[in-house]
Design a protein around this ligand. Structure first.
Ligand code: BGC
Length: 368
């Protein structure tokens, strides 16, 4: 089904290459563990955590949670973020420093999936275990584990929410939509997009859903750096071209909350009615927007759980055990299938927000 989707999308050769590079992760054909022999290490060892720049709230939260969680577990930690502009070089240097300082495990949320091969090779050579956190690291044999929310499922939930939201507003189609995807250097972007297209493509093929601009290739929909201003300016130009003579825009597939709000800002600025807009991350401003009836949906990927599970993985490694994984086939990084531990994402709309955030002290009050 998923392979079929990639083949059946009308993409150019270049776009197909980009898509494949982004999305080799869903190859179901092979399986296996990384073969890393767990030897264990001293309980107060240094654990390095290299996170990307703070492009969304989940990264800000993760940094604090890692610092506290690793400390509570008795480890020394070094938690670093890539800067805002020279992100790739920053992260490469940070990982190299962690290796030099003797980190036993290096947890990495990659800024650019394919640009860390040299650094993770050095980490492996120094005897460290490499865990890809939230974003897969590609084109290297030197990544041991992957931990994330199920990214393909995230995309499917977004696609379904878009259809449901439009139907609730206007029972009969056809519906006109636009598609946005994340940064091309983030492996997740292709997976989210493919998941969403898995749901949307049949409706597009039937003619129930029409992409107004005709821009259905991931390359055309990409948002470099996951930056709000890039999504906002693409939405501005779509509104000034495809929608400048009264055509109604019913829905927008947005891969995350930051971009959803940028898209909504653009639409409001143009004085048009807000379409159904999806999102992801349960950011505070987006939860408020959902409760106010503007953004339609988000995805709850509880960062507290993801970090806690990652710390559990580190503890297993410390004790000389193999961490628990629950998926040994989906995430082919172009060189190997990386054993993964995937958590289930939850779709959130105004209808279930109170229930979804009931145990979140920051978000629950917003849903009252
Ligand atoms: C994460 C999303 C986040 C995006 C931008 C992705 O890799 O999975 O949760 O919205 O990066 O920071």
């Amino acid at each position: 089904m998923r392979t079929f989707l990639i083949k059946s999308l009308a993409v150019s050769a270049t776009a197909l290459l980009a898509l494949t590079a982004c999305s080799t992760e869903r190859d179901k054909s092979s399986s296996g563990d990384s073969g890393t022999a767990a030897k264990g290490f001293p309980a107060d060892s240094l654990i390095g955590v290299a996170l990307p720049s703070k492009t969304s709230e989940n990264w800000v939260l993760a940094g604090d949670l890692f610092t506290n969680g690793l400390k509570e577990a008795g480890f020394k930690s070094d938690v670093q973020y890539a800067g805002a502009s020279t992100t790739v070089a920053d992260q490469q240097n940070q990982i190299t420093a962690m290796v030099t300082n003797g980190a036993k495990v290096i947890v990495i949320g990659a800024t650019d999936a394919a640009q860390l091969a040299t650094q993770v090779a050095a980490a492996k050579q120094a005897g460290a275990t490499v865990i890809a956190y939230d974003r897969l690291i590609t084109q290297t044999p030197d990544v041991d584990y992957y931990i994330a929310f199920d990214n393909f499922k995230v995309g499917q939930l977004q696609g379904q929410a878009l259809l449901d939201g439009m139907k609730a507003k206007k029972p009969k189609g056809p519906y006109t939509i636009e598609l946005f995807s994340g940064s091309p250097d983030d492996n997740n972007s292709g997976v989210f997009f493919n998941g969403a297209m898995d749901v949307l493509k049949p409706a597009i093929d039937k003619g129930d859903v029409v992409v107004g601009s005709g821009q259905t290739e991931i390359k055309q929909t990409a948002t470099q750096g996951w930056k709000a201003e890039n999504a906002q300016s693409r939405m501005d130009s779509l509104l000034n071209s495809t929608y400048n003579s009264g055509k109604t825009l019913d829905g927008v597939l947005s891969p995350n909350d930051t971009l959803a709000r940028a898209i909504i800002t653009s639409v409001k600025g143009a004085g048009k009615p807000i379409p159904v807009v999806t999102g992801q991350d349960s950011e505070v401003e987006s939860v408020k927007s959902i409760m106010a009836g503007e953004q339609y949906s988000t995805i709850n990927k509880d960062t507290r759980k993801l970090v806690a599970e990652t710390v559990t993985m580190v503890k297993s490694l410390q004790a000389g055990n193999s961490p628990q994984v629950n998926d040994t086939q989906s995430y082919n990084n172009g060189v190997k299938v990386v054993p993964a531990y995937l958590l289930p994402p939850v779709i959130v709309t105004k209808a279930n927000a109170a229930e979804a955030y009931a145990d979140d002290p920051k978000l629950a009050p917003l849903t009252k």
